[in-house]
Unconditional design. Sequence first.
Length: 152
Amino acid sequence: MLKNLRRFFDQNIQPISGGQHAGLPERALQLATASLLIEVSRADFHIDAEEKQAIVDAVQHMFSLTRQETHEIVEMAESEIEDATCLFEFTRLVNDHFDYAQKLKIVEMMWRVSYADLDKNKYEEHLIRKISELIHVSHHDFVRVRHQVEAN
């Protein structure tokens, strides 16, 4: 297992040159985002196939990944979530390296994962609120994005 992880990181994680992400591996941001979405899907202690597909679709679309790259990121994120003790390591990356519009997109994706099974669970909502606060998204925007997703 460790050899596979090391090979994945050696082959796929390259620092981004220039811009606000300088020196930060793009895959780390993808992994953090996927991990947050997976956490939302797990919040109600039941993961539906629709939620899993919403995660895959969101990660693939946001980062313009191939299907294979997306599945690798989601698998790695699932593994990371098992070993994580808190959300801080994921929210810190997002908070430090995404602009406000990108953070709003993550909040939107979390709501889409939550609603993928056509049920807004109170545990999922609580976690989305907590993550939104940790990445400094205003309460107003948190609610606005939720209503946009509900309307669709």
